[in-house]
Design a protein around this ligand. Sequence first.
Ligand code: APR
Length: 169
Amino acid sequence: MEITLVQGDITEQPVDAIVNAANSSLMGGGGVDGAIHRRGGPEILEECRKLRASAYREGLPTGQAVATTAGRLAARWVIHTVGPVYSKSEDRSALLASCYRESLRVADELEARSVAFPAISTGVYGWPMDDGARIAIETVRHADTSVEDVRFVLFDSAAHAVFEARLSG
Ligand code: APR
């Protein structure tokens, strides 16, 4: 598996699967979620609605992942995962690690060979970037997966620098 860092917009990544930092409703939001639905178009939300009407009536639980079409995006699939909201009092690291592990498991089911991840939970959900990078890289490095090309797509240079330090650490 090759792990690379990209600074830019995840919706522009030419990979098989783009991972969305979603919320349990799967009905969209801001940040990565907003960008994916905006650029990917209504087909993605349509499939999310079907998932909510069938397998995920209560919503997608934190730490789990599910795939839909990528609509108009260059990718073939979007893998939606729900990160934990950061908490000072409760260690939710295992849930964040699960987002990366479960997304790779879904990618394997799809036989996706290349996957782009955002820095899950480090935006609206408030996870400190350095710890988010540590968990992301450690989990992906140790995952048992057939995915060959994993890209962490960071939105700004500060996040990219933090991931770079963790990747070379
Ligand atoms: N491409 C790549 N990275 C992005 C993009 C983008 N287009 N937009 C934002 N980011 C970065 C943010 O800077 C942050 O580092 O992705 C990381 C995750 O931020 P969020 O998208 O806010 O995701 P998260 O912190 O997991 O919060 C999820 O936010 O958008 C809502 O519906 C979503 O309720 C959910 C919550």
